[in-house]
Write a protein that binds this ligand. Structure first.
Ligand SMILES: [Zn+2]
Length: 411
């Protein structure tokens, strides 16, 4: 093969292969490239401005995509230039995205592989160290993030993820409309979320937020009210229902320990059934629950209360929703269901944020979906010490899903 054909197959725009070497023993193909004669627009790597004065010529070796069974190494000629703004700098070469010894095409291939496999598997495939694969993937994602358009934040979601004993909590801010995570913060304090509003958004951007979907965690509420006072806080239905489920479970446990013998056997192993919504149970499971309810009125009451609370979010007018909430609380009288009385107190204290849903019907599933994706990434990647990497990974994950949906719709 001649150099012209190597140039064609390598396909680096603006560059030609002027020498090659094939080592059959090590199965390596080595290509020397330099700029095409007409390609002399030099860009400063520091400021991105144009330069014309070349100070010296240098060479760098990078790994490129393999050619069949041959590992490919490209020796790139590049210049050190005199930039009017930055002084002596290296020129920007599109195929040399970083100081690491890999071409952009190679890094893109590794990054793409990381979208569907764990870093360890990709490392094996490309014969690289797992830490190298992660570093390449991070740069790949940073390049992707820089190239995309940022969408306006109108509806935000705030939630936290428990990371474990040492790292504790991670605060997650997401965009409810695009369904992607926007920002991570260590811990879940008021100051944590303050950091997002202060560092990530301008006053103008903060004023555009119309709704915030959050759980009933006081520090978050305070921070939102301080930085975006015009926005309506809508408490996440999912979290409220989690509290209701916890109340059902407390009643179940109390009944289990209070009663002995037959009742104990009947309550045992029913936890999952009691926490599942009636509509999701098949007839056999409904029958199991009905048996339990016939013998234990308290369990039945607790289950019905949980089930009926769910209807609160079907109301479209605040007045009607409020009336429903009060009726629901009235049912608790004389029931001696302590966990539900506590829940009622909590609902009353957060009444405004519950009723805000009528005017601001945000998509409730989004925050949970974003959280679920992050947890899946954490499980697969075994500990991301770098939160920036985790965030980019989760954003890419969310973007790929929407891209996929767009494609499906187009088809
Ligand atoms: Zn410059």
């Amino acid at each position: 093969m001649r150099e012209r054909e190597f140039t064609k197959i390598l396909d680096w725009p603006g560059y030609v292969v002027y020498r090659h070497e094939i080592d059959e023993r090590t199965r390596t193909l080595k290509l020397w490239v330099r700029r095409k004669r007409g390609n002399k627009v030099l860009i400063c790597a520091g400021c991105g401005g144009r330069c014309s004065q070349i100070e010296e010529t240098r060479e760098r070796e990078v790994r490129d995509l393999p050619w069949r069974k041959y590992q490919t190494v490209v020796v790139v000629e590049f210049y050190r230039v005199r930039c009017p703004n930055c002084g002596l700098k290296v020129e920007k070469v599109p195929q040399l995205p970083s100081k690491a010894p890999f071409s952009k095409d190679f890094e893109d291939a590794v990054g793409l592989a990381c979208e569907s496999a764990a870093a360890r598997q990709v490392a094996r495939q490309f014969r690289l160290a797992a830490s190298t694969v992660r570093a390449i993937d991070l740069r790949y994602l940073e390049r992707w993030a820089r190239s995309r358009k940022k969408s306006v934040l109108r509806q935000m979601g705030v939630d936290e993820i428990y990371l474990g004993k040492t790292q504790k909590f991670l605060t997650v801010v997401s965009n409810l409309e695009t369904g992607e995570p926007l920002w991570f913060g260590k811990d879940r304090k008021e100051a944590t979320l303050d950091g997002f509003f202060r560092d990530e958004l301008s006053a103008m951007q903060r004023s555009r937020i119309t709704a915030a979907c959050a759980d009933m965690w006081e520090p978050f509420t305070k921070s939102i009210l301080q930085w975006a006072p015009q926005c309506r806080i809508v408490f996440d239905k999912f979290h409220v229902m989690q509290h209701a489920n916890r109340a059902v479970d407390e009643v179940r446990r109390a009944e289990f320990f209070r009663k002995g013998g037959r009742m104990r056997g009947l309550v045992k192993g029913k936890r999952w059934l009691l926490l599942t919504r009636w509509v999701h149970l098949d007839s056999r499971k409904r029958q199991l629950l009905n048996e339990l309810f016939r013998l234990n009125r308290k369990m039945m009451k607790a289950y019905l209360l949980k089930e009926s609370l769910d209807l609160l979010w079907t109301y479209r007018y605040e007045g009607a929703a409020l009336r429903y909430l009060n009726q629901w609380i009235d049912q608790l009288r004389w029931q001696r269901l302590k966990p539900f009385q506590r829940l009622a107190g909590m609902l009353l204290r957060h009444q405004e944020g519950l009723l805000n849903y009528c005017r601001m019907p945000v998509r409730f599933g989004v925050v949970e979906a974003v959280n679920g994706n992050i947890k899946a990434l954490l499980r697969r990647g075994r500990g991301y010490r770098n939160f920036r990497y985790l965030l980019l990974k989760a954003q890419r994950f969310a973007a790929l899903k929407t891209e996929f949906l767009v494609l499906q719709k187009a088809a």
